[in-house]
Design a protein around this ligand. Structure first.
Ligand SMILES: *Cc1c(COP(=O)(O)O)cnc(C)c1O
Length: 363
């Protein structure tokens, strides 16, 4: 069985995907064609955010958000060390400093109770990650940012597009929300892609300009920008996939709930979900002590697993010099024990039972 079943998804959507891609080939507007705005409008409606700006990747979405907010040398951005490297990378690329705050042991999301102590006069933004598809504690984080004046909140929602949080959608919970359409994310394309969401019109305008080399009119470069557009064909793929997305999210919730039940019955520890939000389970993650052995055993049984993430960013060679002295014990413990199981909307019930049985017989 595959770790993420993209082939089954393709089979189910094949005629729609082909029709959408063929339309682009017929009209020939490969860059900023009509599908780009069509997708942005659909995603604005889906999330409730006033503005969606599609971009070249999730990484680019984070980078452009920080650029539009004016983050640069001397600034600090508070974030989590228990994430994919892109989250901290964009901060460093702009000459700013990532300030890591440890995570909650049960969810892996940044611990809001520890954020306030990390705020200094240089703090320009807080960048929580909605890890494994479950929104971080955005209300608490927004409240902290507000109490301290002009601190922006950027949700790294690369894994959580489609998740609900207190009746609102992930990506529409803070100053900006950034998602990724990397193929294996809950809503993926067939290459690289991403999107930024905001309800601040001035910020949206700045991000649209930064996406195209800081251009406010053709060959008028009002600000420093990047080449950060999403290809029309990739937008067309996401448009086709959106037609089944509500069903996929429902399936992900069902499969996640079933994993919870089966694993709890087998006494296997797992990442927890909070009652006021949903997770779209970009990853379904258990906590195990002898991970390497279990991965081998499952692999031999034809069950692929993955580790998100084996090393917290504050311990990575390129980052540890930037945050000397920071101790992140919860992230370190999670990095040692997390193991993700096969997860996708097309995972079959029988496959799920086989996965849990194989794990339970060994754990
Ligand atoms: C995937 C991911 C990114 C980067 O997205 P890309 O589209 O691959 O650039 C950033 N942050 C997190 C948490 C991710 O999972």
């Amino acid at each position: 069985m595959p770790f993420i079943d993209l082939k089954a998804q393709y089979k189910a959507l094949q005629p729609r995907i082909h029709a959408r891609i063929n339309q682009v080939l017929d009209h020939g507007q490969y860059i900023m064609g009509p599908e780009v705005r069509e997708l942005e409008e659909k995603l604005e409606t889906y999330t409730g955010a006033a503005h969606c700006i599609t971009v070249a990747s999730g990484t680019e979405a984070l980078l452009i958000s920080l650029m539009a907010l004016g983050v640069g040398a001397g600034d600090e951005v508070i974030t989590t060390p228990f994430t994919f490297v892109a989250t901290a990378e964009v901060i460093v690329l702009l000459g700013a400093k990532p300030v890591f705050v440890d995570v909650q042991a049960d969810t892996g999301n940044i611990d809001p109770a520890q954020i306030e102590a990390a705020i200094t006069p240089r703090t320009k933004a807080i960048m929580p990650v909605s890890l494994y598809g479950q929104p971080a504690d955005m209300d608490e984080i927004n409240a902290i940012a507000e109490r301290h004046g002009k601190i922006a909140v950027i949700e790294d929602a690369a894994q959580s597009f489609g998740a609900d949080y207190n009746g609102r959608k992930s990506c529409n919970l803070s100053t900006t929300g950034c998602t990724s359409f990397f193929p294996s994310k809950p809503l993926g394309c067939y290459g690289d892609g991403g999107a930024i969401f905001t309800s601040d019109a001035a910020l949206a305008q700045a991000m649209r300009e930064i996406r195209v080399h800081g251009q406010s009119k053709r060959y008028v470069h009002t600000r420093i920008g990047v080449g950060g557009r999403m290809d029309t064909i990739q937008c067309a793929v996401v448009l086709a996939k959106l037609e089944r997305f509500d069903w996929e999210v429902q399936r992900r919730l069902q499969i996640g709930a079933r994993y919870n039940e089966l694993l709890d019955a087998a006494g296997i520890r797992r990442v927890q979900q909070q009652a006021d939000r949903t997770s779209v389970f970009a990853q379904y993650t258990v906590l195990v002590e002898d991970r390497e052995r279990l991965q081998e055993v499952l692999k031999a049984a034809g069950i692929p697993t993955a580790v998100h993430y084996p090393v917290p960013l504050n311990e990575q060679p390129a980052y540890r010099g930037l945050c000397a002295g920071t101790d992140m014990p919860v992230s370190a413990a999670l990095a040692r024990t997390v193991m993700s199981l096969p997860m996708s909307a097309d995972l079959e019930d029988a496959q799920q039972v086989r996965i849990v049985n194989a794990l339970a017989s060994q754990a």
